[in-house]
Design a protein around this ligand. Structure first.
Ligand code: AMP
Ligand code: GLY
Length: 427
């Protein structure tokens, strides 16, 4: 087999997917749209943006690709997979109907209720006065969520009921988050530790990748503003074997059965964000793609052929029992541009170690970079992700931090405490 593959997206997640797919003996040729500075060193990049679904579909058809892998959720929610499947191209990523689990938190909440999937109690609203009444009278503190896609920013965790009411008003009547906030979900504030569970799903069959945890706050000790993710590690021991068994039985089973019952033929990643509460694991959110930066730590732990796995799933057949996953640890440290997640400068030159100087089981993943002649320049807030794998978390972090110390650009910064919860747990 010699597969012609197109990966859609431009971040660290897509660079990790490119590297994983490139290891496969089944790969014939690989392209990425639009890619970034590091991806351009690993495969050909095509200048089509990930939300230009028309151009992507045309390009994939005219190029007779065998498989299209979507990194981000936006093209999926715009129907990229539907269009390609209708033309006979295999796609790793769900159709529009499945992508609704992420694109509409209202749909997702109703879906979980219909299929008795444990999640925070809550309701959807498009009328402010009804939302206010619910917030004031609920027997619990609430969080307010814009229903639509909001690039991970659409959730407000108020510290009291007045703040919750204001957040609901800002979204429903003040245009906060635009169209994404015209409908909101008001739900019970849950307490507990979070973990991300990534499933590679083919209908009712699935592979569960090791549980991971990301670090969303910009500052050490989990302080400061929310970001797209400053680091991550896997496996996360907070998701004990008992918890994972409960996740399989109480969350994954009814979810996949529910999708099938509703006629949704789901093929792709299902990201289950869970909160481990006193009464067990509950769903915080579903995403319909790999997490970023979680993908970057999971791909190196996948010992089986990632391309074969995604191609099989895309064609509706998955032999989950044959999939091999490493028993080791993986960690990523994200190096950001000064000012992120606020405004930051772009176009600074990045100095990187030469390939021959990168130690084994260590990877430089590009997120916000672009190639300019022979140089690599900063082009985003999260610039690089440095990944290390080792038999212990400490070893994995050491490798990631050694690499993080070896990359240079003006104003580069990163958190020194990635994995702190896990290290303290093990201490
Ligand atoms: P989401 O986009 O739904 O994952 O929400 C973003 C973040 O908000 C989550 O990772 C949690 O940290 C927090 N969050 C969301 N829903 C809740 C909830 N019901 N209770 C407490 N925290 C929540
Ligand atoms: N790391 C969180 C996400 O990808 O949504």
């Amino acid at each position: 087999m010699s597969l012609k593959v197109l990966i859609v997206g431009s971040g660290g997640r897509e660079h990790a997917l490119v590297k994983a797919v490139k290891k496969s003996p089944l790969l014939g040729s690989l392209e990425c749209a639009p890619g970034n500075g590091g991806i351009a060193r690993d495969c050909q990049c095509v200048p089509i943006s990930a939300d230009d679904v028309d151009s992507l579909a045309k390009y994939a058809l005219s190029g007779a690709f065998d498989l299209v892998i979507s990194g981000p959720e936006v093209p999926l929610s715009m129907g990229l997979a539907d269009r390609l499947r209708a033309e006979g191209i295999a796609v790793y990523g769900p159709n529009r109907d499945g992508a609704m689990l992420e694109a509409s938190k209202a749909f997702s909440k109703d879906f979980m209720k219909r299929h008795s999937v444990p999640t925070a109690a809550g309701e959807k609203f498009s009328d402010f006065s009804k939302a206010e009444k619910y917030i004031r009278e609920a027997p619990f503190e609430t969080v307010i969520k814009a229903s639509g896609l909001a690039a991970g920013k659409g959730v407000i965790i108020p510290s009291n009921r007045d703040e919750a009411v204001s957040a609901a008003r800002d979204m429903l009547e003040g245009g906060l988050f635009g169209d994404s906030g015209r409908e909101i979900v008001v739900e019970e504030k849950m307490d507990g530790e979070e973990a991300s569970i990534m499933l590679m799903v083919c209908g009712k069959d699935y592979v569960m990748l090791p549980a991971s945890q990301d670090h969303k706050r910009v500052g050490e000790g989990d302080t400061g503003l929310n970001t797209g993710g400053m680091g991550a590690y896997a496996p996360a021991a907070v998701a004990t074997p008992e918890i994972l068994e409960r996740v399989r039985a109480e969350i994954v089973k009814p979810t996949l059965e529910g999708l099938a019952k509703e006629g949704i033929d789901y093929r792709g990643t299902l990201y289950v964000g869970i909160m481990i509460t006193k009464s067990g694991p509950k769903v915080v959110e579903f995403n319909v793609r790999f997490g970023d930066p979680e993908c970057q730590v999971l791909m190196p732990l996948l010992e089986s052929d990632a391309l074969k796995l995604m191609y099989d799933i895309a064609r509706g057949k998955l032999d989950a029992a044959s999939v091999k996953i490493s028993g080791g640890y993986s960690a990523i440290v994200v190096v950001c541009a000064k000012g992120y997640p606020g405004s930051y400068k772009k176009g600074d030159m990045i100095t990187l170690p030469e390939d021959k100087d990168i130690p084994p089981s260590s990877w430089i993943i590009h997120a916000g970079t672009k190639a300019d002649g022979g140089k690599i320049l900063t082009a985003g807030g999260r610039v690089l992700g440095l990944v290390g794998c080792a038999p212990t978390l400490k070893g994995a972090l050491e490798k990631a931090y050694n690499l993080a110390d070896s990359v240079k650009f003006e104003g580069a910064f990163f958190r020194r405490d990635i994995g702190h919860r896990e290290l303290n747990r093990n201490a």
